[in-house]
Design a protein around this ligand. Structure first.
Ligand SMILES: [Zn+2]
Length: 322
């Protein structure tokens, strides 16, 4: 009975590796984390993952054959077919054959995708996506990530770069330097870092603003809290942020016609305080039928989105072969 078998989801981050055993229906049965060991250009990571999985299987008395395979999300530039990582800055990998190494160490088939993409798949399957087959996922964290699902499939593009929503140009003339090398990217505005930067740059224009009263460093959350309380400065910052984010999402939606637009990441914790002004901006630029078809939702799976998306990859890509 193939339904009795489980999937393994692995979500590799710069500080922790999230692991989970997930059943046929996308329900997490066991989940845990191990630290990411970046020493020696990250060469021990696959061994650590294999050992962590072996230990957990032994603890639960489950053989390798109980599992169909491993779906893993990794940061960086990945060749999907071979699971080869060209460059993962946060991990230290360069030309790293991740899929081959992990298959060798675990004895299980492995499928790799970009971390933002598997989070989008997770939300599609078990989260805010609610099974939508045309879904746009935008993650607002320290950066801005994205995943585009069309007809139930992640869009990768010709060399794996599709979905880099954070690097859509928002400010054409000037703008702040982005990590990608360009200037004025959406990420420099709509990430948590961007929201804080916009607030700090305009502090002097609002000497009476409530953000001056915050002790310690201002966070994006402080800005949204002040906005909710009616602070004029915070309102300017949120309007600036949501106008650029709403425009970018509307432009994408006009091209992709999604049924769900899922907003995740730390900034999304602001909930309706973010969604309401964002939708207003979106409505200005989206075609009427595009607007009608698209529902906005805040991501619901949090840190579990990646491992659940990994399991989805195993279910849809590896099971067909087995
Ligand atoms: Zn950029």
């Amino acid at each position: 009975m193939v339904e009795k078998k489980w999937f393994i989801g692995v979500d590799l981050g710069g500080t922790t590796i999230k692991l989970a055993f997930i059943n046929y229906y996308g329900e997490i049965q066991h989940k845990w984390e191990i630290p990411t060991d970046k020493s020696e250009e990250g060469r021990h990571i696959t061994t650590h993952i294999a050992r962590a999985l072996d230990d957990k299987m032994e603890e639960l008395g489950l053989p390798n054959s109980h599992f169909i395979g491993i779906g893993m999300g990794a940061p960086g530039f990945i060749e999907m077919e071979t699971g080869f990582i060209y460059h993962a800055v946060n991990i230290g990998w360069r030309d790293f054959p991740l899929k081959d190494k992990l298959e060798m160490e675990t004895g299980l088939p492995v499928i790799i995708d970009n971390d933002a993409n598997i989070a989008a798949l997770g939300e599609m399957w078990r989260g805010a996506g609610d099974g939508a087959r045309d879904l746009l996922c935008v993650t607002l964290g320290t950066g801005v990530g994205g995943g585009i699902i069309s007809g139930g499939e992640i869009i990768h593009g010709t060399n794996g770069m599709a979905g880099e929503i954070g690097h859509i140009t928002s400010i054409v003339d000037g703008g702040v330097q982005c990590n990608c090398g360009k200037k004025g990217c959406l990420e420099t505005i709509a990430s948590a870092t961007g929201v804080v930067r916009t607030a700090l740059e305009t502090m002097d224009e609002h000497p009476e603003g409530s953000l001056h009263k915050i002790s310690g460093e201002i966070t994006a959350r402080d800005v949204f809290d002040a906005y909710r309380a009616g602070d004029a400065h915070a309102t300017e910052v949120v309007n600036f942020t949501t106008s650029h984010l709403g425009l970018a999402i509307a432009n994408l939606a006009n091209a992709l016609n999604p049924s769900k637009i899922v907003i995740g990441g730390g900034v999304s914790k602001a909930g309706d305080t973010l969604l309401l002004p964002l939708k207003e901006e979106f409505d200005k630029f989206a075609l009427p039928r595009v607007k009608e078809g698209a529902d906005f939702a805040i991501a619901t799976l949090g840190n579990d989105a990646g491992v659940i998306g990994g399991a989805w990859l195993v279910k849809t890509k590896l099971m067909q072969k087995s």
